[in-house]
Design a protein around this ligand. Structure first.
Ligand SMILES: [Zn+2]
Length: 475
């Protein structure tokens, strides 16, 4: 029997606020000494009163708007009880039946075209601390305790690990772009819980799902999903049942393992948080926050495709990174052809930046310099091959391409008699290829062009080389 996976994802993002969710402790504890950012509120001392962080609310609303969610005019916090050493209060402050926002969606690009994936809800909550297991015992670090989180719950609209990844990446780039979170996964600012079940293809009813918690990269999420599809298929094929449970992910072995049976809502004994007032938003308040929402990556992507006629892959790549898209737009503003600019940025320049671990802000090639280079190629002053060498020099010195070309004498040779000399040499030196071409293999001319480009050190005008070779070979 063939099975179809049904996948839903819960994404936790840490909101980029100055202070924690309900107290004034510093929200940035990365690399800091354990328990340095704590106070009686986030340590759960009795009698302490939490106060909702207005910035966290605002960032939560921004995130929800970036995901096309509806902000509820009334929402409230609830206590979610469980007992674990990383949770000093004995409960988490979360939102149960009246979340901040509901009913959103994002669109992702799949091999079958655009697909809409619905978002069930977005709610706010505070994070737990961290346990550090050592040889001598377990240590508690409460720096993260009380950190503001937004939890984004999708509908079970995804049917393959690839779709799940595409959804997570789309959420990632939107949340980052709107400024609600840095979504830095190496620092745990974005984490995924996935739930997955299988059902026979064509069947409406969902199968029993298993949940895998705390995946902190797109790759691990994809690995965990692939493993679960294999595991659950094997169980069903043997006539056994999938157990509803929470599973962990062993990244070294690439497998998931049973952790505990799945809790139900009643296990958490939710009740409204008595120490915090409910949240209310008027249309005017929501519109005011929405003005802080700049153009989102998917909108930018669409604009690049329409206005600059870029293909989807290039538009997507450029739009997904704020620095890269800003650089691209400046290059175009300085007069470069958008497609050429996109090609250079997404290939050579990006490779250089990755290799040398530098950012666009640190790149010595100014937008003006890159624009000038693309114009020099277009006007036949340098070939693309030479342009690569020129660019290498620009990375190092930050000089303008005209200056580099002048200094190194790299100007393209478009003098017909000179180019013809190189072409004749190439013909004499490559009898076999010439015979091949004359025998009807038109593509063989490419090898001759290559020969000329080599012997001219890339300076021969390739268009002219092609033309002259064809003329010479006619005889
Ligand atoms: Zn605190």
């Amino acid at each position: 029997m063939k099975y179809e996976p049904v996948i839903g994802i819960e994404i936790h993002v840490q909101l980029a606020t100055k202070t924690k969710m309900f107290c004034s402790c510093d929200n940035d504890s990365f690399g800091k000494e354990a328990n340095i950012n704590t106070c009686p509120i986030c340590m759960g001392y009795p009698g302490m009163l939490p106060v909702t962080n207005a910035e966290a609310l605002e960032k939560g609303v921004l995130a929800a708007l970036a995901l096309n969610c509806k902000i509820e005019s009334f929402s409230k916090f609830d206590r979610k009880h469980y007992f674990y050493p990383d949770l000093p209060k004995g409960f988490q402050i979360s939102q149960y039946d009246q979340p901040l926002a509901t009913g959103g969606f994002v669109e992702t690009e799949t091999k079958d075209g655009k697909k809409k994936i619905r978002i069930h809800r977005l709610h706010l909550e505070d994070d737990a601390g961290k346990l550090i297991h050592t040889k001598g015992g377990t240590l508690c670090d409460y720096n993260r305790s009380g950190t503001p989180l937004a939890e984004i719950v999708s509908e079970a609209d995804m049917h393959s690990p690839e779709e799940a990844r595409a959804y997570a990446e789309e959420v990632h780039r939107r949340i980052r772009a709107c400024g609600a979170s840095t979504c830095d996964m190496e620092k745990g600012m974005m984490r995924f819980d996935i739930n997955i079940s299988l059902r026979p293809v064509g069947q409406e009813k969902f199968g029993t799902k298993a949940e895998v918690k705390n995946l902190n990269s797109f790759r691990f999420m994809e690995m965990a999903l692939k493993y679960e599809i294999k595991r659950q298929t094997e169980l069903l094929e043997k006539g056994e049942k999938v157990v509803q449970e929470t599973r962990g992910f062993d990244l070294e072995k690439g497998i998931t393992y049973s952790q505990r049976s799945k809790e139900e809502a009643k296990d958490y004994r939710y009740f409204p948080e008595p120490d915090l007032p409910p949240m209310t938003f008027t249309e005017a308040e929501i519109s005011k926050i929405a003005t802080g929402l700049s153009e989102l990556p998917h909108e930018k992507e669409a604009r690049y495709q329409q206005k600059f006629a870029l293909n989807q892959a290039d538009a997507n790549q450029l739009a997904s990174d704020a620095q890269m898209s800003a650089y691209f737009e400046e290059v175009v503003a300085k007069g470069a052809d958008p497609k050429e600019a996109a090609n250079w940025i997404t290939s050579s320049i990006l490779a250089y930046l990755n290799e040398h671990k530098v950012s666009f802000a640190e790149l010595k090639v100014s937008p003006e310099a890159l624009a000038q280079m693309t114009k020099m190629i277009k006007n036949g002053i340098i070939s693309k091959k030479i342009a690569k060498d020129v660019l290498e020099e620009m990375y190092k010195s930050g000089k303008m391409p005209e200056e580099v070309v002048e200094e190194k004498g790299l100007k393209q040779v478009s003098d017909e008699s000179e180019v013809e000399k190189w072409c004749q040499e190439a013909i004499v030196a490559n009898e076999k290829i010439v015979a091949d071409y004359k025998g009807g293999n038109e593509r063989a001319i490419g090898a001759l062009v290559g020969h000329v480009m080599n012997s001219s050190k890339g300076q021969a005008n390739p268009g002219l080389v092609n033309k002259i070779l064809q003329k010479l070979l006619q005889n």
